[in-house]
Design a protein around this ligand. Sequence first.
Ligand code: PRP
Length: 198
Amino acid sequence: MAPDARQRLTILLRSSAIQRRVRQMAARITRDFRGQHVHLIGVLNGASIFLSDLIRQIPLEVSLDFMAVSSYGLSDRSSGEVRVTKDLDTSIEGLNVILVEDILDTGFTINYLQRLLLQRHPRALRVAVLLDKAGGRVQPVKVHYVGFRIPNRFVVGYGLDCAGRYRNLKDVCVLSLPEDAAPRGARRRGRSSALRAR
Ligand code: PRP
């Protein structure tokens, strides 16, 4: 996909490396929950691509649900206030839950969701995240399965967007663009419009 004239895409993680790592993560999950049922919860929209690859590499009994969240705040950093815009369809009580995210940045989203889900009494709650941008962390978060630790750059592809674009790239790419070329709303944290140093 060609970027806008003033945007530049540089590959950070190739598709082959991502697929290899997803297989490793799935193998680890499979070992950890051998003989058990696991319930994956994907956080829309970005995690959908990672989740769909991950789930097909886990040869256990697996079920699936999704949540969607949004964040308040008009700055380019998250305000830390998260609200659920689509809740789970089914109860997670007594289940081995794995929360699946594409990227961990400030930590606000996962921190909020972990606290919310724990109130629903799962048997276990673990977090799988493809990309960990530790340099962006504001809120400490415990994650159990991490794909790649990445630098503090804005990345797109493999589910990650800039103003709704680039989710379908097979590679994870760094998107560079001049300050004044940011799409409308893109400096604001928010689903499908974020342009954080992701
Ligand atoms: C991304 C990602 C996480 C969140 C992590 O979502 O999917 O939900 O940001 O950031 P945090 O650690 O700073 O809370 P995004 O807002 O880009 O929406 P999207 O999933 O629809 O792309």
